[in-house]
Ligand binder design. Structure first.
Ligand SMILES: Nc1nc2c(c(=O)[nH]1)N[C@H]1C(S)=C(S)[C@@H](COP(=O)(O)OP(=O)(O)OC[C@H]3O[C@@H](n4cnc5c(=O)[nH]c(N)nc54)[C@H](O)[C@@H]3O)O[C@H]1N2
Ligand SMILES: Nc1nc2c(c(=O)[nH]1)N[C@H]1C(S)=C(S)[C@@H](COP(=O)(O)OP(=O)(O)OC[C@H]3O[C@@H](n4cnc5c(=O)[nH]c(N)nc54)[C@H](O)[C@@H]3O)O[C@H]1N2
Ligand code: SF4
Ligand SMILES: [Mo]
Length: 754
């Protein structure tokens, strides 16, 4: 009889065979499509070389092989031996090159004149104007009156350069990023619980876990390649999905817990209570490696199954059953994303998931962990090196020793290292409203679509004296508002590194020329420094590769130490490298998780149990607004505000053409709505006209709007988690009715078709 390990070896061998075969077939297909009945490629498209780099959409960080002709990209396919994706990719990855070639690419700087019209200018005039406008605002209103909003979608080297130039060179105090919309909750939860923002897992854990708990996460749509890895798990795992909606992921679950929106906190405390009752805790781990357990255990006594059933809408039996499945597991893992992070009590909900992992000793071993999957290709780079919330390398702006260290490492005078931490995104916007902030520089994010409560956001932006937007496309909702639009190169048109969700540093390369006068963000930041007169401070920062060496210095001796990466150019062949990777005694294994020794980053080495009473929904349903609105990702083929994915014919075919709202058949019937008919969704703040997608996958009393349509955030309510200041995009009260003739959108009139 075969042992489990024999069986695993066989599975692994078969998987390797499939990957090798698929890799060969892909290469042959791209070289000789005629042999596969696909017609012949024009000679100019037949590749003569390949190179490897990571994908530029989501944080999974798949390895992609770019097929080159004369050094220029002609095709792309997933890399078969990259540890992340092992030969698979989602549709966005396959289409990553297509979206670079679009008629609305931003190719030349555009500057608004006194007549309100924008005209094309040379880079020299663009940068002189930017420097002089920002300087005169700062002269009149103080250095803090100019701020920046950046992103998780440029390279780590670019982020670090921007953060350093803006704060240490141009004197700005406040800068934040779209990671606030996304990851701030996980960052705070980890920092307070573990002592550092350190997602502990490696993707292999998805294959090794025997109980995978997904909380507010829909990886089938949002992280399809990670879902692939779940499907390769040979341990027939329990899959518990906590999501109000019966998502694609929930359909594959062994147990779907369709909770009421934002009742997760009560549920997770209830599970802790049940685990205690079932004595399914790891006393030795708790004793040796944590702090605050007794208080936590006393606190959760009040969350008996009846209270939990009352709050969540689940039966008491289901709650007990879920706890039992976790208790039975040898390796339980807890994964969360936006259903948790984007909520009015997100930090405590994330920490409630962390508490479950800690109390059951499910951390630091294969297949375990309290694991936040991040979103954007380089959100993790931004968390460490954007110099916004944290000083470079996960340090603290308010700590003089940290500032002195950074000054010394960078050779920048100590007085220039900003002592005040940045305001959060929403506070920066409050500052614009109050006149404290008058100049704003927005880089690689499209907040005039993605920020919460758009009507108020747009009124706020209109108050600025000078708005600079730096984007790949001139047509985005934010780009069209800019006084100065700077044309940027995108992924594939520049080089640098991204860090994926499992802390893996991967390389991107220039395989295509940016159109017109568009420049890499790196180059634009260098120009900004030069025109501002602070270029001399950043002489050493002369290329992405030299900034990577600076980042290594900044990381030395810290949890995110990457000093062991000797050769930045070899990152692709190495399959990427996970942090930490110190120069002394690095762990050379391909898949690495944190906390194997049970030591956390707090000075006493112990993780913390953190908890508080659940709070009511900020805007509960009422008689006039009887539905709870959920928002999120709609399809694996759409990316956020669709500036990129809408450019691909293939991707457009993979999702419904018109924007839609998911509504339960019972609710649709009661309101007289026809499937596919146009409806109006209204909140106290705005309205959206979309088609009714009548489906039992959404519970009654709730509706779901994908975030990809520009009108979704006209409805959302500007509520924030008090600890992380992350917007609570996923619950406000709305009503819905059939649209009148004049309200129906024209066929091409969707605000997403850029
Ligand atoms: N195709 C595609 N993939 C993407 C992206 C994209 O735009 N398109 N964006 C990337 C980014 S930046 C991110 S952050 C990730 C996001 O990845 P996910 O977080 O997985 O995606 P969302 O759809 O925003 O939210 C996940 C689920 O939360 C559920 N939810 C809403 N409210 C609650 C609640 O109160 N409790 C619980 N338990 N669940 C709730 C929603 O029903 C939804 O199914 O995706 C990344 N991947
Ligand atoms: N209602 C609702 N709203 C949400 C969410 C939700 O679930 N519901 N999710 C939130 C989340 S998690 C996120 S992450 C945000 C995302 O929100 P955004 O960041 O606004 O979304 P993107 O469409 O990714 O915008 C990225 C912009 O950068 C440009 N770009 C891409 N690459 C480059 C580059 O290399 N350089 C430059 N200069 N520009 C580049 C693109 O053209 C695009 O305009 O949305 C948030 N908004
Ligand atoms: S799963 Fe994410 S990283 Fe992988 S191909 Fe798709 S978008 Fe790219
Ligand atoms: Mo995100």
């Amino acid at each position: 009889m075969k042992t489990e390990s024999d069986r695993n070896t066989l599975i692994e061998r078969f998987a390797r065979f499939l990957r090798a075969r698929n890799g060969r077939l892909t290469r042959e297909l791209l070289r000789e499509p005629g042999r596969f009945g696909l017609g012949q490629l024009p000679a100019a498209k037949v590749p003569d070389a390949t190179t490897e780099m990571v994908c530029g959409f989501c944080s999974t960080g798949c390895g992609m092989t770019v097929h080159l002709r004369g050094g220029q990209a002609v095709n792309i396919s997933p890399t078969t031996d990259y540890p992340v994706n092992q030969g698979t990719a989602c549709p966005k990855g396959w289409e990553a090159l297509t979206v670079l070639d679009a008629p609305d690419r931003s190719t030349v700087p555009l500057l608004r004149g006194t007549d309100g019209r924008r005209r094309q200018v040379e880079w020299g005039e663009a940068m002189t104007t930017m420097a002089s406008r920002f300087r005169s605002i700062q002269a009149a209103h103080g250095p803090q009156s100019v701020a920046f909003l950046s992103t998780g979608q440029i390279t780590t080297e670019e982020m670090a350069l921007l953060g350093a130039v803006a704060k240490f060179g141009m004197g700005m105090v406040h800068g934040d990023g779209n990671t606030r919309q996304c990851m701030a909750t996980a960052v705070v939860a980890y920092k307070n619980a573990f002592g550092f923002d350190a997602p502990p897992f490696t993707y292999q854990d998805l294959e090794e876990s025997d109980c995978i708990v997904l909380i507010g996460a829909n990886p089938c749509i949002a992280h399809p390649v990670l879902w692939e890895r779940v499907t390769r798990n040979p341990h027939s795992p329990e899959i518990l999905v906590i999501d109000p909606r019966m998502t694609e992921t929930a359909m594959a679950a062994t147990l779907h817990l369709s909770v009421r929106p934002k009742s997760d906190l009560t549920l997770l405390y209830g599970l802790a209570h049940e685990l205690l009752k079932q004595n399914a805790i790891d006393g030795a781990f708790i004793e040796e490696h944590t702090r605050g357990f007794d208080e936590f255990a006393a606190f959760v006594q009040q969350f008996d199954a009846d209270r939990v059933a009352d709050a969540t809408g689940l039966s008491a039996q289901t709650v007990r059953d879920a706890a039992l499945r976790i208790a039975r597991a040898r390796r339980a893992s807890f994964w969360w994303t936006m259903g948790v992070n984007q909520s009015h009590q997100g930090v405590k909900t994330a920490q409630a998931a962390i508490n479950l992992a800690l109390m059951t000793g499910n951390i630091g071993r294969p297949g375990t962990g309290a694991n936040s999957i991040t979103g954007q290709c380089n959100a993790m780079g931004s968390r460490l090196f954007s110099n916004t919330t944290n000083l470079l390398g996960g340090r603290d702006f308010t700590n003089p020793a940290d500032r002195a260290e950074v000054a010394a490492l960078l050779g920048i005078p100590y007085e220039r290292i900003t002592a005040q931490p940045s305001w959060s995104y929403d506070r920066i916007l409050d500052g614009v409203r109050s006149g404290e902030i008058r100049g704003l520089w927005i880089i690689a994010t499209n907040p005039a679509h993605s920020w919460i409560d758009q009507n108020s956001f747009r009124e706020t932006l209109a108050k600025l004296d000078f708005l600079v937007v730096q984007d790949m496309y001139h047509s985005t909702e934010t780009a069209v508002l800019a006084d100065l639009l700077l044309p940027a190169a995108g992924w594939g048109e520049k080089e640098g590194t991204f860090i994926n969700s499992e802390r893996r540093v991967g390389l991107i390369k220039k395989v295509s020329r940016a159109p017109g006068l568009a420049l890499s963000d790196f180059h634009i930041f260098k120009l900004a420094a030069a025109y501002y007169g602070c270029g001399a401070l950043f002489e050493e920062w002369d290329s992405p590769e030299s900034v990577f060496q600076i980042l290594k210095r900044l990381s030395a001796g810290r949890p995110c130490d990457i000093t062991g990466i000797a050769d930045y150019r070899a990152l692709d062949q190495a399959g990427g490298v996970q942090w930490p990777y110190p120069s002394e005694n690095p762990d050379l294994s391909q898949e690495r998780r944190l906390f194997a020794d049970g030591r956390f980053y707090h000075s006493d080495g112990r993780a913390r149990f953190l908890f508080e009473q659940p709070k009511d929904l900020p805007e509960p349903a009422s008689t006039s607004y009887p539905f709870q609105l959920l928002t999120g990702r709609g399809s694996a083929a759409q990316w956020h505000t669709q500036t990129r994915t809408a450019k691909s014919d293939v991707l457009r075919k993979l999702h419904p053409r018109d924007p839609y709202v998911e509504i339960h058949p019972v609710d649709a019937k009661a309101l007289g709505l026809t499937p596919g008919g146009w409806v109006v969704v209204e909140s106290r703040r705005g309205s959206a006209v979309v088609r009714a997608f009548v489906t039992p996958t959404i519970p009654t009393g709730q509706i779901f709007l994908p975030m990809h349509d520009g009108s979704t955030n006209l409805l959302t309510l500007a509520v924030f988690d008090p600890e992380s200041r992350q917007p609570a995009y996923k619950a406000c009260a709305v009503r819905i009715r059939a649209a009148r003739g004049e309200e129906v959108r024209g066929n091409d009139n969707t605000s997403t078709s850029h």
